[in-house]
Design a protein around this ligand. Structure first.
Ligand code: URA
Length: 427
């Protein structure tokens, strides 16, 4: 078959700062998925996009071309509206775990296709796999049945959804091109639009533990994604939220499950509760349910019932004891004072080095590895008290985890001004 374009022509156009035409974009994404455009050619194009950008039309076309590379799901036959949430990823970000059953208990179905962690940010599936028996892979039919019966599903995205993105994301990961805003926005949104949710709330993280280190970049990413969702007919809203310090008091797998269950039981850390309820309100509003207050539903215990049903539906035992690490190591406060800073990146890298995350796709993670934080910024600490407890099954990892934490926290005389978790809302 003769090809409509030549890959070198398309790469040179973006290299020379020209806009790509709709036909060029459709062709290059399709030809890459078919294997006609080679990895080295797509790498060069991704780098040209990172350096020279794309306009709104190009990003929208690129997103649609990635959606067209695979299947689209359709939840319109469900008896209730659907809403999904996507977080751009952070440290201790377990919010999906209490959020999905909470929103389902409020009457809106949550089809949450999640990923595994790579690098210092954790993956929701890795966390859930700490629960004995729990299964991440569901067929489309199983997913539909669970959405109808329980109202919430958290499972692995099947291979059929946006295969062009799967191939391109793996390539970006090894070519220094993950950070391009047009490529991040189209990658996330192609999967969410293909998934077929009616409403979508984006949690765009800002700070040291996030992809986007400053607020301007995060705002641009959020605005781009909200535009793509709205153009595709998905009611889309974004919250910009703080990721300069970890969310909650745990970063890891089993320890984050335990903390999420505390939230569902009516306790848990204030920042996790605040963000869970804020995102639930946005999801319910975007799905047209403004008559229920998620804070009341959380207090009623109904979200806990939905959590248990959701875990059981995927063969997990919600009442089974969670794995416990073989070894622990305390990091102690050197002086009396107030914890003024606890850096999200430092804690994320420490948890990763303890075995909670992976450095290569496919690596096995340790369910019990992670970091438990005994103090958060603003808390008073005393010399000799444990600030953090490190958990792992392989104690030779402690040294490198402790190194990651060096310079990652400050103890001072005065508390730093308190920061709100939600920084802004973008529609
Ligand atoms: N998550 C994605 O799915 N894609 C990106 O490009 C970045 C984060």
């Amino acid at each position: 078959m003769s090809e409509q374009f030549d890959a070198v022509e398309v790469i040179a156009a973006k290299r020379d700062r020209h806009d790509l035409s709709d036909a060029q974009i459709d062709w290059v994404v399709d030809a890459y998925t078919r294997g006609v455009v080679a990895d080295e050619q797509m790498s060069a194009l991704a780098m040209a996009i990172l350096l020279n950008g794309m306009n709104r039309r190009e990003i929208s076309r690129w997103t649609n071309a990635m959606i067209a590379s695979g299947e689209r799901m359709d939840f319109s036959s469900l008896s209730r509206p659907t809403a999904d949430k996507h977080s751009t990823g952070g440290v201790g970000d377990k919010i999906t775990l209490p959020l999905a059953p909470l929103v389902a208990a409020c009457g809106v179905a949550v089809p949450q296709l999640s990923g595994r962690g790579l690098g210092h940010t954790g993956g929701t599936l890795d966390k859930l796999e700490a629960i004995p028996g729990w299964r991440a892979s569901l067929s489309n039919a199983e997913m539909m049945a669970q959405l109808e019966e329980v109202g919430a599903v958290i499972c692995a995205a099947g291979a059929g959804l946006a295969p062009a993105d799967k191939k391109l994301y793996a390539l970006r990961d090894v070519t220094g091109t993950v950070e391009a805003i047009p490529l991040i926005a189209s990658s996330i949104m192609s999967k969410k639009i293909a998934e077929g949710t009616g409403a979508l709330v984006l949690d765009v993280k800002v700070g040291s533990g996030a992809f986007m280190k400053n607020e301007n970049q995060a705002r641009e990413l959020a605005e781009t994604m909200v535009g793509l969702g709205t153009d595709a007919g998905v009611k889309t809203v974004a919250l910009l939220t703080d990721m300069s310090t970890p969310l909650g008091r745990t970063a890891g797998n089993a320890c984050e499950i335990a903390e999420s269950v505390e939230v569902l039981a009516g306790g848990g850390p204030a920042d996790v509760v605040e963000l869970t309820v804020a995102l639930a309100r946005e999801m319910l509003q975007a799905a047209g349910r403004v008559d229920v207050d998620p804070a009341d539903v959380l207090a009623s215990g109904r979200a806990m019932d939905t959590w248990k049903a959701m875990i059981r539906a995927q063969d997990g035992d919600p009442d089974a004891p969670l794995p416990v690490a073989r070894e622990t190591h305390d990091v102690l406060a050197a002086t009396d004072g107030v914890l003024t800073r606890l850096d999200a990146m430092a804690v994320g890298v420490a948890a990763w080095r303890l075995g909670a995350g992976r450095s290569r796709p496919g690596e096995v993670v340790q369910a019990a590895a992670g970091v438990v934080m005994h103090a958060k910024p603003g808390d008073t600490v005393r010399a000799g008290d444990p600030l953090l407890t490190l958990h792992t099954d392989t104690p030779d990892r402690f040294e490198r985890a402790v190194e990651a934490l060096a310079g990652g926290y400050d103890i001072g005389a005065e508390p730093a001004p308190a920061r709100s978790v939600v920084i802004d809302r973008i529609t």
